[in-house]
Write a protein that binds this ligand. Structure first.
Ligand SMILES: O=c1[nH]cnc2c1ncn2[C@H]1C[C@H](O)[C@@H](CO)O1
Ligand SMILES: [Zn+2]
Length: 364
């Protein structure tokens, strides 16, 4: 049964892959740029929230991850003070809650926010302050955790991993590496991943987005990633025969057997050229094959998206019903870096009852 857009809006959502510096409100960027003197891109006329938002989406719509990433200069550029980081973090929580998100893990790279003299510690504290303010203002309707990202072309991953562990009981649930994938394999940061494993901590790795199976293989078999950021290229290890039968290669079989979560971000992949369109996105087949697929936004500003938009696009492209959206949502919650009892509580007390009510309303 096809849900209405309004039902999708109201459905509870879980978001594991969303970049803090990829989700700013355009109006906030304008105001923070005016405060800080950061030079925004030349739009030919005085920028408005609308024209700036359009610029991000168009510039990011490049077919290349490297060019997509260039737009972040103008979000990271205005996130260099404590108050700016706190504001962006608070607004992020407000926007996600308004979109129906009940649990979110938000990532960013602390090392990119020290240009004006903040310490790494101060960066994490400022973001946490914004999350706490946002969650408190919403009466705890949403649970939010930080993931600390290290940039894969830099050499600070060990330091960031230690920072994440130091904050593990104060709002940081995990670690990640991001940035241009080709030329920067996950094994470059093996020491950081080994450290995190020794600390019994959690991490995900952006892998299989702009680069293929070797990146996914390294992330899992060398680095021990709990989850894969994107992981779309796992489809290269899946063969569909003429008679419709499907054969999994060794790596794809391992990922499915071990229930390794794929943090899929369909619209981001269309923009960077990792998928030709939503209808052609491997998420359709991977879901059918029962991989542990989760649905995410990646960068709400650059991809002009939201969880509602991602879900609605899948409803339109694949005819998904509320039961399919519930499956993605529960997969997301099962795959989160929260302690098991807290995951279960959100599934049993929040997600299941809300979907049951929606299904009853939809007559199913
Ligand atoms: O989809 C992505 N792939 C790789 N890196 C990404 C993606 N989206 C954002 N980033 C980078 C740019 C940000 O500045 C950084 C930290 O959030 O992570
Ligand atoms: Zn990402």
């Amino acid at each position: 049964m096809t849900p209405t857009l309004d039902q999708v809006r109201r459905a509870p959502k879980v978001l594991l892959h969303d970049h803090l510096d990829g989700g700013l409100r355009p109006q906030t960027i304008l105001e923070l740029a005016a405060d800080s003197g950061h030079r925004l891109p030349d739009l030919g006329a005085e920028p408005t929230a609308e024209s700036l938002g359009r610029w991000f989406a168009e510039a990011a719509d490049s077919g290349s991850l490297v060019r997509y990433l260039e737009t972040f200069d103008h979000t990271v550029g205005v996130m260099q003070t404590g108050p700016a980081l706190t504001r962006v973090a608070r607004e992020c929580v407000e926007d996600l809650a308004a979109d129906g998100v009940v649990y979110a893990e938000i990532r960013y790279a602390p090392e990119q926010h020290v240009e004006s003299g903040l310490t790494l510690e101060e960066v994490v504290a400022a973001v946490q302050e914004g999350f706490d303010e946002g969650v408190a203002a919403l009466g705890g309707r949403i649970v939010v955790r930080q993931l600390l990202t290290a940039m894969r072309h830099q050499a600070r991953s060990m330091e960031i991993a230690e920072l994440a562990v130091a904050w593990r009981d104060r709002g940081v649930a995990g670690f990640d590496i991001a940035g241009a994938e080709a030329g920067y394999p996950p094994t470059r940061h093996l020491d950081a991943f080994e450290y995190l494993q020794r600390e019994n901590f959690h991490f995900t790795i952006h892998a299989g987005e702009a680069f293929g199976l070797p990146s996914i293989w390294q992330a899992i078999q060398w680095c021990g990633a709990d989850r894969l950021g994107h992981g779309v290229r796992i489809i290269d290890d899946v063969t569909v025969h003429d008679d419709g039968s499907v054969e999994l290669g060794r790596l794809a079989a391992y990922v499915r057997d071990k229930r390794i979560p794929l943090e899929m971000c369909p619209w981001s992949n269309v923009q960077t050229g990792a998928a030709a369109s939503i209808a052609d996105h491997p998420i359709g087949l991977l879901k059918k094959l029962r991989f542990r697929v989760t649905l995410n936004t990646d960068n709400r500003l650059m991809s002009k998206t939201s969880m509602t938009h991602e879900m609605w696009s899948l409803v339109e492209a694949f005819g998904y019903g509320l039961d399919d959206l519930r499956w993605f949502t529960i997969n997301g919650m099962k795959s989160s870096f929260l302690p098991f009892d807290q995951r279960l509580a959100i599934i049993d007390d929040v997600i299941k009852p809300a979907y049951a009510a929606l299904l009853t309303e939809a007559g199913g």
